[in-house]
Design a protein around this ligand. Structure first.
Ligand SMILES: *Cc1c(COP(=O)(O)O)cnc(C)c1O
Length: 383
């Protein structure tokens, strides 16, 4: 056979699953709902025994995701939180984690209210400040979990500098790449050991699926994560694996539009008299703008903005017509949320206010509708 021709990421995304079903030549890889598989003989296997341990549809998806991120192995879970929970089970009582303070609220909740009781402690640090991260490393620190850009304030962490710090202190370097996906940000290029995704967001992309992903850079860690998943069982059903396979095909295309729309919306918001601050790394005056330009291939579709009062924020949410007032992000439909009450409601108030997550702050997941219509809706809602 001739050598495969290297293709761009965009092409590889579109071709996900194609040619994998040799028996029929199906372009869309089939869904295998079977819970169990016949053994050819004692001690023999087709490669599939029981669907928690392995499923053909999930396998094609996992291989595609590992390849897209540039890792050695991926595991696909029933949600982003299931993926993170399984990853945290890698650690032992007494271990300490360093975690971005500008963080998904659910990650904070599971660490603070579930793992803390089991003896796994966490410190929340400003990961946009590498020196602050270095200062927080203790004798029991085992890992650093970074979200960049942060949620909901879109702070940008220096992935290469943090990678060097993790190497020096032998910390497992974990990057939650949900906001940018491998199309826009490639954490393994900066020394990450594990990439995490809530595939409910951009990878799924249509607000119709809940899934999570762990990708390991090296094979040994990949084997360990697979062991943890198989032991604890938080797999994604084959029907949803298929849906996610289908979603991946348009990922690059969708992100192009998310990027362009978010840039336009962010610039428009900057000029509105009732908007007092706009947080989007694509804006030239964003503190992480230059760093983003260096380490990403685009600024993404997420932005937050502050309005002149909590009453204005409530008014906006009430008046929205096109944009839905709803949790979540990364889908083709534009969604807006009030992080202080919704996504970050489980972070204690004093801590939230210290971070700047007050009730005048709105987070917008800019969809792929026309930018003109999104801006039109914001204009009438801010009115
Ligand atoms: C949504 C989200 C999660 C959790 O994922 P679920 O699929 O909702 O369980 C984790 N990290 C980030 C950055 C998220 O946005």
């Amino acid at each position: 056979m001739s050598k495969p021709i290297p293709h761009t990421l965009e092409t590889r995304l579109v071709q996900v699953g194609v040619g994998k079903d040799e028996q029929t030549g199906a372009i869309s890889f089939p869904i295998y709902p079977s819970a169990t598989y016949r053994h050819p003989g004692v001690g023999e296997s087709t490669g599939f025994d029981y669907t928690r341990s392995g499923n053909p549809t999930r396998k094609v998806l996992e291989e595609a995701l590992a390849e897209l991120e540039g890792g050695s192995r991926a595991c696909v879970f029933g949600s982003g939180m299931a993926a993170l929970t399984t990853l945290f089970l890698h650690f032992s009582a007494g271990d300490h984690l360093l975690v971005s303070q500008d963080l998904y609220g659910g990650t904070y909740r599971v660490l603070d209210q579930v793992f803390d009781k089991l003896g796994l402690s966490a410190s929340y640090v400003d990961t946009t400040d590498t020196a602050a991260v270095a200062a927080a490393i203790g004798p029991r620190s085992r890992a650093l979990l970074v979200e960049t850009p942060g949620n909901p304030l879109l702070g940008v962490a220096d992935l290469a500098a943090l990678g060097a710090l993790c190497r020096k202190h032998q910390l497992l370097y974990i990057v939650d790449n949900t906001f940018l996906t491998p199309v826009l940000q490639r954490p393994f290029d900066f020394g990450a050991d594990v990439v995490v995704h809530s595939a409910t967001k951009y990878l799924g992309g249509h607000n119709d699926l809940c899934a999570g992903i762990l990708v390991a850079k090296d094979a040994e860690l990949g084997e360990r994560l697979y062991f943890l998943q198989n032991s604890t069982g938080a797999i994604l059903p084959p029907q949803d694996c298929w849906l996610l396979l289908r979603s991946l095909k348009t990922l690059a295309l969708r992100l192009e539009r998310h990027n362009a729309n978010a840039q336009q919306v962010a610039e428009w918001l900057c000029g509105h008299p009732r908007v007092t601050a706009v947080y989007y790394p694509g804006l030239k005056d964003h503190p992480g703008h230059e760093l983003s330009r260096r380490q990403t291939q685009g600024f993404g579709g997420m932005l937050s903005f502050r309005v002149d009062s909590p009453e204005t924020a409530r008014q906006v949410l009430k008046r929205l017509r096109l944009i839905s007032f709803a949790e979540s992000l990364g889908g083709v439909e534009s969604l807006m949320t009030l992080p202080a009450v919704q996504t970050h409601g489980d972070i204690p108030e004093a801590e939230r206010l210290r971070l700047g997550i007050c009730e005048s702050l709105l987070r917008l997941s800019v969809g792929v509708e026309s930018a003109e219509d999104i801006i039109g809706d914001l204009e009438q809602a801010l009115g």
